[in-house]
Design a protein around this ligand. Structure first.
Ligand SMILES: NC(=O)c1ccc[n+]([C@@H]2O[C@H](COP(=O)([O-])OP(=O)(O)OC[C@H]3O[C@@H](n4cnc5c(N)ncnc54)[C@H](OP(=O)(O)O)[C@@H]3O)[C@@H](O)[C@H]2O)c1
Length: 244
């Protein structure tokens, strides 16, 4: 199991994963688009196990790297620096944010297969994409805890999936293998396993955007065990292609 986790992207998900990793005793190398100096506050919070670098440096320094940036920037992930590495892909496709990507709209390719095609010499595993960043942090539990949750993983390489499973375990989650990258649509946005299962309830009344954010940050999560994740992923129905 890796002792140093690389992170390309240090926003909501990247920083939640970094917090879980340093808590678990891993070192982390964080990177973003604006440069290492902009990560000073986060490094102070994370303490001596964390350092900042450029994305290429984070990739080169670590065997296991999490790519956690807006999907629209996937083609800026550095293929040469990530060659031979396992890359955990947390990314989801939101056309309003990412711009339209024709192959994804047509439904022929999953977003993680697109990332794998760009990172042809890496081993991509989709994980951490189906839980929101607040519950990702608050629902983490040690192995064997009765309220430990599971997350789906998908990938084409068995060894890389084993590495991802070991990382999930250390960070506080069981892993449920839902298949290949081609099958990873089962955990994409809009599927039964996506985000909602980890919430106990929806807001009691209609909220404005600010109220909604306050509710979202404080809403308690609920643990979702592996058999439930498996059943939810199995129940997914592939959405029809969007030819708009
Ligand atoms: N938010 C969630 O709850 C959630 C849950 C599951 C999955 N996801 C998915 O995970 C990914 C990250 O989400 P997020 O909410 O963490 O996003 P975010 O808060 O907007 O953070 C994005 C991070 O990516 C960095 N970044 C952007 N372009 C980059 C590039 N070309 N090279 C290196 N770093 C770059 C940003 O750096 P700068 O700030 O310096 O630009 C920032 O640190 C997205 O694909 C999202 O759909 C999100």
């Amino acid at each position: 199991m890796t002792k140093t986790l690389g992170l390309i992207g240090a926003g909501n998900i990247g920083s939640a994963l970094a917090r879980l990793a340093v808590t678990a005793g891993l070192d982390v190398v964080l990177s973003n688009s604006r440069g290492p100096k902009t990560l000073a506050d986060l490094l102070t919070e994370l303490g001596p196990r964390a350092r900042a670098a450029t994305p290429a440096e984070a990739a080169e320094l670590c065997d296991l790297v999490v790519a956690t940036i807006p999907l629209g920037a996937y083609d800026q992930l550095p293929p040469a620096a990530l060659a031979g590495k396992t890359v955990i892909d947390t990314m989801n496709y939101y056309p309003d944010r990412d711009g339209h990507i024709a192959e994804l709209d047509e439904g022929g390719l999953t977003s993680s297969a697109l990332v794998q095609r760009h990172l042809a010499d890496s081993k991509v595993v989709k994980a951490f994409n189906n839980i929101d960043f607040v519950r990702l942090f608050t629902l983490a539990r040690p192995a064997g805890a009765p309220d430990r949750s599971a997350l789906p993983i998908a990938g084409d390489d068995a060894e890389a999936k084993a590495e991802a499973t070991a990382l999930l375990d250390v960070l506080g989650y069981d892993a449920v293998d839902i298949g290949t990258l081609a099958e990873s649509w089962r955990s994409q946005p809009g599927t039964p396993v996506y985000v909602d299962p980890y919430f106990t309830a929806k807001p009691a009344k209609e909220l404005n955007q600010k109220e909604m954010y306050g509710w979202y940050v404080q809403a308690p999560g609920t643990s979702v065990p592996a058999d439930r994740i498996r059943a939810l992923a199995d129940s997914a129905v592939r959405p029809a292609p969007d030819h708009a």
